[in-house]
Design a binder for this molecule. Structure first.
Ligand SMILES: Nc1nc2c(c(=O)[nH]1)N[C@H]1C(S)=C(S)[C@@H](COP(=O)(O)O)O[C@H]1N2
Ligand SMILES: [Mo]
Length: 259
């Protein structure tokens, strides 16, 4: 009966996708209306609550075979960060790159790529679904985020992890335009949540987020921050940037992007 949770998951995914499509079809004028925002938010809360109730926190996203890997994995959003600090790091093959893990932690740390590669790794072949309506299957290798969380020891007040990225997208709103994302701790600790440094058996390339990018396999593509520079444990993200927990969330996307 191992297929049962998967079947349920598929039904659920279809329901959620249908709902998202419906919501995305809603025009800008509608999304500006406060009552509509409330409808969106309660729909999102319902999706999150339903999925958390039906799927155990350990339920895995489907994994695929080597033969299923997409010959060409599309790159999306930022594909070549122009930010000076990032360009300098990339120019020396990220030898001076460090991942900071700080915020509400007992033991803040800074990891080099060597440090991360020396830790136990996980490899998974999964399907990436972008909210724009395309999917690709890829193989990802990296360090489980749960292992890093153990090393830094979260304080009891910590409720979310925020991922700060190297790249800036549009600066059209009143913030820096720097990409960021956030996850609830239960999703951060999920066994398929990894900071990936290899893709399809090769070193992660710049278009796909070098030197490391997040993989959160039960959520949509925009949750999977590329070019991660810093992980910050926080109690709340309401006072950060525009308050919705991510670059695209600040521009109207759902924070809980479960699929
Ligand atoms: N730092 C950063 N992370 C990002 C983005 C981005 O523009 N900047 N785009 C997101 C979106 S919308 C998707 S679909 C995936 C794309 O990952 P890919 O380029 O490996 O396909 O990265 C996500 N993470
Ligand atoms: Mo996306």
């Amino acid at each position: 009966m191992t297929s049962q949770p998967l079947d349920r998951r598929r039904v659920l995914a279809r329901g959620a996708a249908g709902l998202s499509a419906l919501l995305l079809a809603g025009c800008d004028r509608l999304s500006a209306a406060p009552w509509w925002r409330d409808v969106l938010e309660s729909a999102e809360k319902l999706t999150e609550r339903t999925q958390r109730a039906l799927l155990s926190s350990e339920a895995l996203a489907p994994e695929y075979a080597e033969t299923d890997i997409s010959p060409l994995f599309r790159a999306n959003g930022t594909t070549d960060p122009q930010d000076d600090a990032y360009r300098a790091l990339a120019a020396s093959d990220f030898q001076d790159w460090r991942l900071a893990f700080d915020g509400l932690v007992e033991n803040p740390q800074s990891f080099s790529l060597m440090d991360l590669r020396a830790m136990p790794a996980r490899t998974q072949i999964t399907r990436h679904d972008c909210v724009e309506g395309w999917s690709c299957i890829g193989k990802w290798t990296g360090v489980p985020l749960a292992a890093l969380m153990e090393l830094v020891r979260l304080k009891p007040e910590a409720r979310y992890l925020v991922f700060h990225c190297a790249d800036s997208l549009g600066v059209e709103l009143d913030d820096s335009g720097q990409y960021y994302e956030s996850l609830a701790l239960v999703d951060a600790r999920h066994p398929q949540t990894i900071l990936a440094y290899d893709m399809n058996g090769e070193i992660l390339s710049v278009p796909h987020g070098a030197p490391i990018r997040l993989r959160v396999e039960r959520q949509l593509g925009y949750k999977m921050a590329k070019y991660v520079m810093r992980v910050e444990a926080v109690a709340d993200f309401a006072s950060m940037r525009r308050g919705r927990g991510g670059y695209w969330e600040d521009r109207g996307y759902e924070w809980y992007a479960g699929i």
